[in-house]
Write a protein that binds this ligand. Structure first.
Ligand SMILES: [Zn+2]
Length: 221
């Protein structure tokens, strides 16, 4: 069950097409799993087109804004079908926006091991500010405690993990703000695969691992 969603500001920026591409891929990955947020985005897109028409016609945008605020609280509209899987070599349904960043199978990516539990594959997302990557944590694996030099977006694609702040399953959209520390731990029974978007390197908090921090960089691509 999905418990963590992008807030309304994220969804509005997504619907308006104003999110950076790397963030849009992450929001779209969440929408792939979440019918409620898909319905919300459709309402926002409809609102955007109404607003555009009104402004072209010289209409009353304040009245339209009021109507819109009222409609945002309504029950979600009937959901659209989830997007079809585009990549068959993966053992989960790949979200459409992510699909264009992935090869046909995970073996075709270059993976870098960071310890025994975590491996990372950086993706080319056309971003000069954000590193977009897949993080794979083996079943039962624990990632060393770290905090963040900037914001970190994570969308769980497969499996689940937990940290000090909660438990996260496929579709959950998680934001860790600058300075927040955690040590993710994959569930015992299944490997966990996540999409991550960061704008600054993580920083290890373990006294011995801190020696590596000056060497950690992000790789926007
Ligand atoms: Zn959602």
């Amino acid at each position: 069950m999905i418990r963590h969603h992008p807030d309304i500001a994220w969804l509005t920026d997504y619907a308006a097409g104003t999110l950076p591409e790397a963030h849009a891929v992450a929001v779209q990955a969440h929408l792939h799993f979440c019918r409620d947020c898909r319905a919300q985005v459709r309402r926002l897109e409809k609102l955007g087109s109404q607003l555009l028409e009104q402004s072209v016609d010289g209409g009353n945008t304040e009245a339209l804004l009021e109507q819109t605020l009222a409609c945002l609280d309504k029950v979600p509209a009937a959901p659209q079908q989830a997007t079809a899987p585009a990549k068959t070599g993966w053992d989960f349904k790949v979200p459409t926006g992510l699909s264009r960043l992935l090869p046909d199978a995970p073996e075709q990516l270059s993976w870098k091991a960071l310890g025994r539990s975590l491996k990372i594959s950086r993706l080319v997302a056309g971003s000069d500010k954000h590193e977009v990557a897949l993080h794979h944590i083996r079943a039962g694996g624990k990632v060393a405690r770290h905090d963040h030099g900037g914001n970190e977006l994570t969308v769980v694609l497969k499996g689940s993990f937990s940290d000090q702040l909660g438990q996260y399953e496929a579709g959950d959209f998680i934001i860790r703000d600058k300075g927040e520390a955690h040590s993710p731990n994959a569930a015992e029974h299944e490997d966990c695969l996540c999409l991550t978007v960061v704008d600054a390197p993580v920083r290890f908090t373990h006294p011995l691992l801190r020696i590596f921090n000056p060497m950690l960089k992000i790789h926007p691509a």
